[in-house]
Design a protein around this ligand. Sequence first.
Ligand code: SF4
Ligand code: SF4
Length: 135
Amino acid sequence: MTTTKVVLRFPPELSDQPVTYKLIKEYDLMVNILRGHITPQEEGMLVLELTGKKRQLDRGIHYLNKLGVETEKLSKDVRWLKDLCTHCAACTSLCPTHALSVERDTMLVSFEKARCIACEMCVTVCPYNAMEVQF
Ligand code: SF4
Ligand code: SF4
């Protein structure tokens, strides 16, 4: 079994396609939706964690691409170096998936790794180098 994280980008005309259903039913994949933003008639984005046999994963990705859905595998990982973080929150408004957020009660920043799509926005903006890319 192989597990991979994939970012899917949908053009507006495909935003109503039941792609997760098909990946499960026809390609025998386990699908974990990490993050999604799909609005009818607009571009959509889904971050999926896919688990299955390598061949089935490849076939599932091929199906998506053939349909017109752009796919990008997450081969990088972004790490939060908690000890360097000053909780300045400069990164939280830029993070597109809310992987970085401020807890209202404590005003402390937290990082939810499962939501991260490794876009590196936080890496660019953090003045304390508390976000790091790992290859
Ligand atoms: S790389 Fe940073 S900004 Fe991008 S999704 Fe991950 S935590 Fe958010
Ligand atoms: S920008 Fe850097 S220091 Fe500021 S909250 Fe984000 S990770 Fe922490």
